[in-house]
Design a binder for this molecule. Sequence first.
Ligand SMILES: Cc1cc2nc3c(=O)[nH]c(=O)nc-3n(C[C@H](O)[C@H](O)[C@H](O)COP(=O)(O)OP(=O)(O)OC[C@H]3O[C@@H](n4cnc5c(N)ncnc54)[C@H](O)[C@@H]3O)c2cc1C
Length: 474
Amino acid sequence: MSNEREVDLVVVGTGPGGEALASGAAKAGLEVVAVEKHLVGGECPYYGCIPSKMMVRAGDALAEARRAGTLAGDVEVVASWAPVARRISEEATSGWDDAAAVQRLEDAGAALARGEGRLDGPRRVVVTPRGGGEPTTYVARRGVVLNPGTRPSAPPVPGLEGTPYWTNRDAVQVTSLPSTLVVLGGGPIGCEMAQAFARFGVRVTIVQHGDRLLPQDEPEAAAVLERTLLDEGVRVLTEVEATSVAYADGSFTVGLDEGDDLVAEKLLVAAGRTPNLDSLGLESVGLDPSARTIEVDDRLRAAGVEGLWVIGDVTGKGAFTHVSMYQSGIALADVLADGPGDGSEDGSGDRGPAARYHALPHTTFTDPEVAGVGLTEQQARDAGLDVRVGSTPLEQSSRGFTHGPGATGLVKVVEDASRGVLVGASVVGPLGGEIIGLLNLAVHAEVPVATLRTMIYAYPTFHRAIETALAELG
Ligand SMILES: Cc1cc2nc3c(=O)[nH]c(=O)nc-3n(C[C@H](O)[C@H](O)[C@H](O)COP(=O)(O)OP(=O)(O)OC[C@H]3O[C@@H](n4cnc5c(N)ncnc54)[C@H](O)[C@@H]3O)c2cc1C
């Protein structure tokens, strides 16, 4: 027997967007139940962005200290992982405990149902409590929001299953380092972690089946990163497939389709993500549970299903916390506008702006950081635009010159010449993720290139290289 309860809104999965939406809806006066089977806040604070950036920051500190020799005299560097493990455990995750996030949610007025949520037809969610017990069916007057996120994928490499390989979830919890590590996957997560561990003395090999690292970025941006990793002693194997994995006596053997087997103490699998859509009851509302994404409109409403909004990684618009949060705001406005909770008398409240992704930014927090916004040159050409590109190496900027070691990178801009606006840009360099902000604004607001050229760029900043790249547009 299942208990049945009526509420206004059910949010299944509390990633960054789901948590914010549940809180926002509750603050607006809706009766909200947030369903979470693991930790309120999702992947980002406990296993993703925050702990990984603490690892990256620690590696950067070591790299900077090692650069001091050329700039300021000798510094003795004795790397220790203990402060990294402590910061992640104590400062970032409170020992992987979500009590503070739960408190935030409850202070906002939402109720937490700790358990696994599953759709059971339109506007109905069955929650099976964590640790067993009677399921409860929530009937949602306003509707249901799905924010289930993703989990690490295990590629179908023979022998991998059953070995004690790491995913990002293990890697952020390590308290002592291996001497050798193979990283399967040369995307953002693989590259960030490979560099961070390598800077602590771990001998790291990246195995990437594609022809380059960071396949979503400009090829020249990825090339800068690959050169840096090689310089730092990371082995980078591209166009190489892992064909087998074996584990015995505390070490992994990874067979490759080309070259000798790799032997390492640990294996980190960072080879993509699996959407948590398979056990969500999607079939009960006519959606495909085996799909990788759920199609949504520009208000995050699931195509063809009344009263169902979907936000976060599973929308396929970009697997980033800022996308989850952005979509959360738009979906919340739509949920509230769908009834009396919007503050207006007739429930015809302002839905606010619709979602647009033309200026979606991303940063891989390696050193140098690899940041991008909008379209790459190839994507712009594939879209049939009248493309002009300009680029400049960061080393040749005045700031690059004064900065010295570590100032490697580039700025590249992609213009739709027929409209005279930027449709994409990349920045590789120290704080590339900050420098891209200026270009993010330009792409977002479609600021004419002619206007960008009249701007005064402070001397000698890294962002002044943008002026040079714009000049290269011709
Ligand atoms: C190592 C790593 C580093 C990253 N670094 C960055 C970064 O620097 N910047 C950035 O923008 N992004 C980064 N990301 C991506 C970022 O973590 C995600 O995009 C972000 O968490 C948003 O995901 P989401 O909102 O879709 O849901 P998630 O954060 O995945 O959360 C989904 C939640 O739903 C719960 N859930 C799932 N199914 C159910 C169910 N049936 N019932 C109840 N609960 C359920 C899960 O337990 C989880 O808590 C990183 C990811 C990783 C793995």
